[in-house]
Ligand binder design. Structure first.
Ligand SMILES: [Zn+2]
Length: 352
């Protein structure tokens, strides 16, 4: 039996919704552009995942301009805070596009709001979309918009992207550097944590600085989740997690989704597509060593303007990662747990 063909993969992060808007390609037609669409998802065993809306996200060209190459790596100028009014308008536009896409899919795509719905999608081969905001700029400090977006289907929220906002401070992009780049949550950020706990919205700690991480770790009643990151011990970028952060995630029964961006995996942080899958596997081994096999998943960041290992290229390449993990010694049960069971477990513990 070909286990890779049967393994449904849940993925912690993609930016496809934003890409669809800017590239004007259809989600339903296989494209040479981007890294994720429905035909390629089906070929890759991608069963669903967190689809992000990141308002005021820079384009890849803007991102390249933003990064200053240094002797030892790179340093990004800090991004200024985004305007909350236009962030909310953009978020509304992208969310509307998602709901239209769901309607046009005639049952092939579903925005899921409960774990039962998600499991049903996995069984029936319906592509499951978890609505995620990457940065809470669209949420007002009174948290009225949080209630409304929750009713619309929001089930996962990253408090910050790599910029400050009313709730906390995201890490600037720097290598090599610790994730300890500034102050923690604001009072509004602490209220946001409590509200997400109450509503059962997953709080994503990707992009938050280390003090913000520890503030959430102390406050939140839910498992700690980082949807797309990697091990700081192996690639010392601000975006990656130190071993003490991993220990806190494990203690909370949380999860880390492995980011596929080679610049966030390689020890030299080079954006080099000719990077062997073995580099990804080293991170998975490290994460498993620190989090246990039940604390690790995938968090590709497909369509986030990232360079992935050429052996993967896009979502259709996922089976090659599964094969490589299997050859490395992960058995069927471990592969099931990494590919979808861990995400299901954490969502079950988090959503109400
Ligand atoms: Zn991100």
């Amino acid at each position: 039996m070909n286990v890779t063909r049967q393994l449904p993969i849940l993925d912690g992060h993609n930016d496809t919704l934003l890409r669809l808007a800017s590239e004007e390609r259809s989600f339903f037609v296989e494209s040479e552009q981007g890294q994720l669409d429905l035909p390629r998802a089906r070929r890759g065993g991608f069963a669903g995942g967190f689809f992000a809306i990141c308002p005021a996200a820079p384009s890849s060209a803007e991102m390249r301009e933003h990064l200053i190459i240094t002797e030892t790596g790179y340093e990004g100028r800090p991004f200024p805070a985004a305007d909350p009014v236009s962030a909310q308008q953009q978020t509304m536009a992208v969310a509307a596009r998602l709901f239209r896409l769901e309607a046009e899919s005639r049952g092939q795509v579903k925005v899921v709001r409960t774990v039962d719905e998600l499991e049903d999608c996995l069984q029936k081969g319906v592509l499951a979309i978890i609505l995620h905001f990457e940065g809470a700029e669209a949420i007002d400090e009174q948290l009225d918009a949080l209630e409304v977006f929750y009713q619309a289907g929001l089930r996962s929220l990253g408090m910050v992207w790599s910029r400050p906002n009313a709730f906390g401070h995201g890490v600037p992009f720097k290598f090599p550097h610790s994730p300890d780049t500034g102050p923690g949550l604001t009072p509004a950020g602490r209220e946001l944590v409590r509200a997400c706990n109450r509503l059962g919205i997953l709080l994503d700690l990707a992009h938050i600085n280390e003090q913000g991480f520890w503030d959430v770790a102390q406050l939140s009643e839910a498992p700690l989740v980082v949807t797309h990151a990697a091990a700081h011990a192996l690639c010392s970028s601000t975006r990656n997690l130190t071993d003490s952060q991993l220990a806190a995630i494990k203690a909370s029964e949380g999860i880390v989704g492995l980011n596929f961006e080679v610049a966030n995996l390689r020890a030299d942080a080079n954006e080099e597509p000719d990077t062997p899958l073995a580099v990804m596997i080293q991170h998975i081994d490290h994460l498993v060593a620190h989090l246990g096999i039940n604390g690790v998943g995938f968090g590709s960041d497909f369509d986030g303007g990232i360079t992935v290992a050429h052996e993967l290229t896009d979502v259709a390449g996922l089976p090659r990662l599964i094969v490589a993990l299997r050859e490395h010694g992960y058995d069927d049960a471990s592969l099931r747990t990494l590919s979808h069971e861990n995400w299901l477990r954490v969502l079950r513990m988090t959503w109400r």
